[in-house]
Design a protein around this ligand. Structure first.
Ligand code: MOS
Length: 774
């Protein structure tokens, strides 16, 4: 292995020197080479707390006088409430109130929703729709009443007694049916909705080998282990505290301040632990202001812990997509044309899932045309879900590449190799780093990939047809602004505070490693405290951005603390660093030491000895990104998969799965591997099981819970073999690229491609259920 890794490093640097200028734009950061803590497979720092039940989730804060809420959902998709009878529910002993639009406190509608950018970070709300302020209904599942009672059981029972009459209006539910009304959005998550390079359609028509197909992916719902939960409590009329299961406490705070017209510090959001989120908790859904409004109405704390069905009726998931991928190639397998276009759903607040992102950056086609349109439907706002855009987009693109490989009679790995670009194909910028072919090489070796595979549908083992498939992963690296406060004590302990969240990804663990490395203190002396909007501002735990962005802020805080320590040394005539030059000191071995004389210096304890405060503190913020425009920056990877399909029942078993990723520097191979495995599991679920089914006559979600909405269980998942190249990106912050979401990208295509190889049946419509293989 060491040899292969060495070869990869050499190949990467020679590729790099050909493709990009290697002038060091970023100051060399010691993190790139340090490895005492960074790079080690530390177990989760919060593991013990979690397995002993000590970790508190948002529905687990016992407050005096707690009350419990249950929801009543609309049963029509569009229209208005004409009659409401709450008397029977209110008469149930223990019911405190039934909140409807008639008695709900006045709340402003959020002024903005969702995605924005660095200059105007993510809005805190998912929609700009008013919440329970009128009789209007805009989706089937919208909350029409909140029943608050002394116990959850009473609230749940009484919710069934609320009678609602509606005047229904015609609604639009289906993407396919309303395609004629599709329009081009202003942007697809900040990217242009259309990009044209050369003449793709013209060259497609001329190409000797062509694939031109339509691929569809169904609506997918979030089903994190922890349902969305909010516990809300008011102090007087102007201060609200919410314990909320969110990826973005700061956004929730800002949205609630706006909706309730409070002062900027009138809301505190506490989110210590989140039990899975996957994008479904990035911005605020209606359950949060509803819990706050109900708490105001009853004058007591309210706990609104959504039932699974309530989550799936009120929290949007990933849009249905209909995508065309057309590839034109020479007989030698060089792409001459690439078209990726199609449709997704949206609501009034347009969130246009950017499925065409990967096609813009993946293959060296001289002619590329991508475009996306949206169809406005009367549905719950669609939303972020793990690796938005690239997940459905990679299913279409990587299925089409597989189809092209068969048409050419070429190994699909070789097809990728022949179309690997040296510069970004649509932006014409150099890649900051891109070791995708090295991922393919290592993956093929680990999997035992056979470049001369038998023909599709011809490999039989007993009752099973066996096949293999491969697909590429690609996910952008993007920063978000972060601020942290770092505190250093005379005992040599360092604590970093910020309003990020532990949602199961290992954030606290990797940042603790980074803190120990950066401040040169033992692991046990490094601490990371998060999950409260009273702490310095971090934006959403999303976009696979936190590790690098918070990491940069920690570096900035460490630099400021170093300045402070130098000042203290300069003020102290007895200090060996009394005359030390700022440029010649560094944090090292639990103190401050000269760079050129590593034994000359002082411990933190000695430096802080004369301090009148109990600790030294400094805030640091991540610098605005300057690199972004110059480089195409992303993580890359490959999935190899083996499936077996039963010859008569057509049951599909995923038998083997090997994934190799180039995600830059890996701080913790254990937590990073777990991230990729989670992504692959979601990808297998997407390929074979997951589909939200709506009744087209009513807009009603027919499988709102896990009894009918199927996700993979242990028996569906084989051993997942994950490898990282662990190559620091020379232009990315701290050498880190995105590692949280990319595991799902391409995973569904790898399964679909393996199913084709096993059976000879190409399924272009997910999920690959038994009926599609008959
Ligand atoms: Mo991720 S879908 O950016 O939480």
């Amino acid at each position: 292995m060491a040899t292969l890794k060495g070869t990869i490093l050499n190949e990467v640097s020679s590729l790099a020197s050909k493709a990009m200028k290697l002038t060091p734009d970023l100051p060399t950061d010691p993190l790139l080479t340090a490895n005492q803590f960074v790079g080690q497979p530390y177990a989760r720092v919060d593991g013990r707390l979690k397995v002993t039940g000590g970790a508190k989730y948002s529905a687990e804060y016992p407050l005096d006088g707690m009350t419990y809420a249950a929801l009543v959902h609309s049963t029509v998709a569009r229209g208005n409430v004409t009659d409401l009878d709450t008397a029977a529910a209110e008469a149930v002993p223990g019911v405190l109130t039934v909140m409807t639009y008639r008695n709900a406190p006045r709340m402003k509608a959020p002024s903005s929703a969702y995605v924005v950018d660095m200059a105007n970070p993510l809005a805190g709300s998912t929609t700009t729709l008013p919440v329970m302020q009128s009789a209007d209904i805009t989706w089937n599942g919208q909350v029409v009443a909140v029943v608050v009672a002394e116990t959850l059981e009473v609230a749940t029972y009484a919710a069934r007694l609320v009678r609602v009459e509606y005047a229904a209006q015609p609604f639009r539910l289906s993407l396919t049916e309303h395609k004629a009304e599709a329009f081009k959005p202003d942007h697809v998550v900040l990217l242009p909705a259309e990009i044209t390079k050369g003449d793709a359609e013209g060259n497609l028509a001329l190409a000797p080998v062509r694939v031109d197909e339509t691929y569809t992916t169904p609506y997918l719902n979030h089903n994190a282990l922890e349902p969305h939960a909010t516990t809300a409590i008011w102090r007087d009329d102007d201060h609200l505290t919410v314990y909320d299961s969110t990826q973005y406490p700061t956004g929730v705070k800002e949205a609630l301040v706006e909706m309730f017209g409070l002062k900027a510090d009138g809301v505190r959001v506490v989110t210590e632990f989140v039990g899975g989120a996957f994008g479904g908790k990035v911005a605020m859904w209606q359950n949060v202001p509803l819990a706050a409004a109900a708490a105001r109405l009853v004058g007591r704390p309210v706990k609104l812990n959504l039932a699974r069905a309530s989550v799936n009726r009120t929290v949007g998931g990933r849009t249905t997509t209909e995508q065309r991928v057309a590839l034109g190639a020479t007989a030698e397998g060089e792409l001459t044309a690439l078209v990726h276009s199609g449709y997704t759903m949206c609501t009034k607040d347009i969130y246009a899932e950017q499925f065409s992102t990967m096609a813009r950056h993946q293959y060296a086609a001289p002619n590329i045309h991508v475009w996306q349109k949206v169809v406005e439907l009367d549905r719950v706002q669609n939303s972020f879900m793990r690796a938005p855009g690239d997940t459905p987009g990679s299913f279409a693109l990587e299925s089409a590449m597989d189809e092209l490989a068969y048409k050419l009679g070429l190994d699909p790995v070789e097809l990728r190799r022949r179309n690997e670009p040296l510069r970004d194909p649509t932006e014409d910028t150099p890649f900051s780093s891109r070791a995708l072919l090295e991922c393919y090489a290592l993956g093929a070796e680990k999997f035992g990939w056979n470049a001369a595979r038998p023909a599709p549908g011809t490999t039989r083992q007993g009752e099973w047809l066996v096949g293999t498939g491969v697909a590429t992963a690609n996910y952008p690296t993007q920063p978000l602004p972060a601020t942290v406060r770092a505190r250093l004590t005379p005992e040599g302990a360092v604590t970093v505070f910020t309003s990020s969240v532990e949602m199961g990804v290992g954030a606290a663990t990797v940042q603790t490693q980074h803190i120990a490395e950066r401040f040169a203190v033992p692991f046990a002396q490094a601490h990371y405290v998060q999950g409260d909007t009273d702490l310095p501002v971090w934006r959403a735990m999303g976009g696979s951005a936190a590790t690098a962005s918070v990491g940069l802020a920690i570096k900035a805080a460490a630099d400021k603390l170093t300045d402070e320590l130098v000042k203290l040394a300069h003020e102290n005539k007895a200090s060996p660093l009394h005359q030390a030059d700022r440029a010649n000191v560094r944090l090292h071995a639990g103190g401050l030491y000269l760079v050129d004389q590593p034994t000359v210096g002082e411990s933190y304890g000695a430096l802080l000895a004369g301090l009148t405060k109990p600790f030294l503190e400094a805030e640091g913020s991540s610098p605005p990104p300057t690199e972004g425009a110059k480089y195409s920056m992303a993580s890359y990877g490959v999935h190899f998969c083996e499936v077996a399909v039963h010859h008569s029942t057509r049951q599909v078993q995923v038998r083997r799965f090997v994934t190799v990723m180039d995600c830059g520097r890996i701080i913790n191979p254990k937590t990073a591997t777990s991230q990729i495995r989670g992504g692959v599991i979601m990808g297998i679920g997407m390929a074979l099981l997951e589909e939200a089914v709506y009744d087209e006559r009513t807009g009603r979600l027919m499988n709102p819970d896990l009894g009918e909405y199927h996700v993979p269980v242990q028996a569906d998942i084989p051993e997942l073999d994950v490898h990282f190249l662990d190559l620091p990106d020379p232009h990315a912050p701290l050498g880190l690229k995105s590692a949280g979401e990319i595991g799902i990208v391409g995973a569904a295509a790898a399964v679909a491609n393996a199913v084709y190889h096993a059976t000879g049946i190409r399924v272009r419509e997910l999920p690959i259920t038994v009926d599609k293989l008959l």
